[in-house]
Design a protein around this ligand. Sequence first.
Ligand SMILES: NC(=O)c1ccc[n+]([C@@H]2O[C@H](COP(=O)([O-])OP(=O)(O)OC[C@H]3O[C@@H](n4cnc5c(N)ncnc54)[C@H](O)[C@@H]3O)[C@@H](O)[C@H]2O)c1
Length: 415
Amino acid sequence: MASEIKDINLWESGARKIDWVRRNCPLLSMLHDEFSKTKPFAGKKVALSVHLEAKTAYLCLTLAAGGAEMYVTGSNPLSTQDDVAAALAHEGLEVHAWYGTTPEEYEKHIRAVLSVGPDIIIDDGGDLVHMMHTEFRDLAAKVIGGCEETTTGILRLEAMDRANELLFPMVRVNNAQMKHFFDNRYGTGQSVWDGINRTTNLIVAGKIVVVAGYGWCGKGTAMRAKGLGARVIVTEINPVKAIEAVMDGFDVMPMKEAAKLGDFFVTVTGCDKVIDAEDFAVMKDGAILTNAGHFDCEIDMAGLREIAVEKAEMRNNIMGYKLPTGQWIYVLGEGRLVNLACGDGHPAEIMDMSFAIQALSAKYLVEHASELKEKLIDVPEEVDIDVAKKKLAFMGKEIDVLTPEQEKYLNSANV
Ligand SMILES: NC(=O)c1ccc[n+]([C@@H]2O[C@H](COP(=O)([O-])OP(=O)(O)OC[C@H]3O[C@@H](n4cnc5c(N)ncnc54)[C@H](O)[C@@H]3O)[C@@H](O)[C@H]2O)c1
């Protein structure tokens, strides 16, 4: 099938973005060179659904350099960059994606990359795997396995795994240390504020920021808000995480209370309707609402549209809603992941680590195809440690090595 993209003539701008990523992703570049020689994916079809911006494009080119036939789509209607999609198509990869797809177009693109009968699946949020287990069940036997990039996708897979419904092995890429320690925390932490700042052009210092969810992403988002000079309030449902937030110096309270105080809101829970109609009703005039969780259900957008008496586009990616009580509240990027819908996603150096784990996990699936069961599997520890060692070397940092005596001491029962 031919690629379905916005406009192939946009490719040069996309190629420049990918080149910038290449210059800042030494791990992926090293794998690109290695795979070009060893061709671990020769003859394999890879279906990929990941936010289609320049770092993802470089992962696609790295897998293609290793011999993979790539079939690429995005993982969110508002995170595809059309010039990047054009650059990949210009390189000869099959791409089905454009910015601003309708729900029907989004599904059609997923269908297009699965209909080729992939050997490997690279998923971000679980949409490829879901459709493979429903509409494309007859093609599932051919799939060696897949990799899942994000927390929400892992939750969906864990439910399938518990019910013994998985038809092929899936690697929990998100759960690798070299992924969520850095991507979810420092990547989301920085890129959420990049997205908010460039979209609103408003000051954060001196304001009240409400972060819903103090998991890996929430910790990063709260930490960077504090660094920008905000007073930060955290909302949680987990008592341990709530105490962690308190000890990290943040105020903790239910959303019903925080809703009255916040100037900026960032939901990053992976949960549903974290901010609902009751919360909108008590918000301050000018409150800015954003979501950084995978799906656009964390802010109850349907509820907001229902109660709003007026709606107006304020700036690119800022929609204003006037409440019956008179105050205006503003939603960025239609409540979709603010760092991708209103920005370029995580910094390149972060995705260098996440996508090195992706590429090596895909290679692991090919090399161990005959031994793996139809279950969720973890990224092998040696892959995690190897990526960490190489990243450290690229950062120009050295660390200590245990002496034989120290090793003996640590492994002895007489410590
Ligand atoms: N924007 C991005 O670039 C990006 C990057 C990585 C992950 N994600 C997504 O962000 C979400 C969170 O990921 P994570 O890795 O931080 O997950 P996590 O499991 O580490 O943290 C989620 C936290 O939210 C809390 N929570 C759940 N429901 C809540 C509710 N109703 N109110 C308040 N708190 C609640 C949980 O107790 C938990 O502490 C997921 O959807 C994930 O897929 C987004």
